[in-house]
Design a binder for this molecule. Sequence first.
Ligand code: PMP
Length: 387
Amino acid sequence: MKVPERLLRQLETRVQKGTLRSLSVPPKGLVDFSSNDYLGLAASEVLALNITEEVESQLAHGATGSRLLSGNTRYAQELEEELALFHNAEAALLFNSGYVANCGFFSAVPQRGDTIFYDEASHASMKEGIRLSFAQSFPFRHNDVDDLRQKLKRAQGDVYVAVESLYSMDGDFAPLQELASLCQEQGLYLVVDEAHSNGLYGQKGEGLVSALQLEQEVFARIMTFGKAIGAHGAAVVGPGELQQFLLNFSRPFIYTTALPLASLAAIRQAYRLLPSLTQERARVQELARYYHSLLEDGRALASFSGKEGQNGSPIQAWQLPDPVALRRLANHIQAAGFDVRPVFSPTVPAGKERLRLVLHAYNTKAQVQELCNLLHQHTPKDISLPA
Ligand code: PMP
């Protein structure tokens, strides 16, 4: 069957720019500086055994339908109660992934006549949900509360402010306290995607909103389970009536088959381990600060060190806005035994292409140092970064 010409042209454009994506299975044995498995739970033997035991003790494994029809179980509801309790919220509602949760929340909650202000660096799934909403929407400059204040003049109806607590590509933190005060002061609904902070911050890993004790100021949090939790799926946590509203009106919740038991068991067992992972959480932050200190040691490195606010963040961006040079850099580092991945436009804005580096509890200081040496060694010296 012939493929439409315009699709072929678009693929060709990517080939010419050197930004064509393809699937690749990482060779085994590389040091992981790429995955979102921050705490090592995805590969934890203890967790795998716990999940297997839990699944074996249950009878059915397939969900058989959507939650509102045959797919609901006491198990799923108990898990939601546990999640709500853990995150210090009234209620939680499971979604099949973080992507679906964002689509499910933003397509249903802000409505015609309402306004959404969202950080321009927000994840594609938030933007997708916002596109599906009938509310009007405006981006504000990344982490710029003054710009948000300015734009609030355009607000009408119920007003939602959407941010991530830890940005997935820049690795910097939202000014959550400032945003929460502004939203309190002006009666706005703050929505925080905690995909990259869930499991990593707070006494037990409850996320950044809890670590900052802002649970009461934040209307809804999107918790995903595919990153530090080492599993798959997501939940929206917030007021009880929000849960009730979503299960009545959110189409990405209503019209899809529920998660199977194995996924629910993985989430439940991972959450049981989370409180005990204090050292792992501390280790991620220690390595992140170490990485930063190495960058600050060298002037050449400092010019590639990304932004303020990344110190202590498990996600670090090494910008190199030349796709061909960036791919070459990634290849060099991979050949030396380190799994790092280049991120091109449109996942990040053109001119801000980068290696997205992720630090994990199971990385060592020696590995981080070696990685820094390689970055330094193989990054072309004549590249200037846009401001
Ligand atoms: N939000 C953010 C900030 C993310 O980084 C991601 C995943 N890249 C998602 C949502 C989507 O989550 P999931 O992978 O569970 O669909």
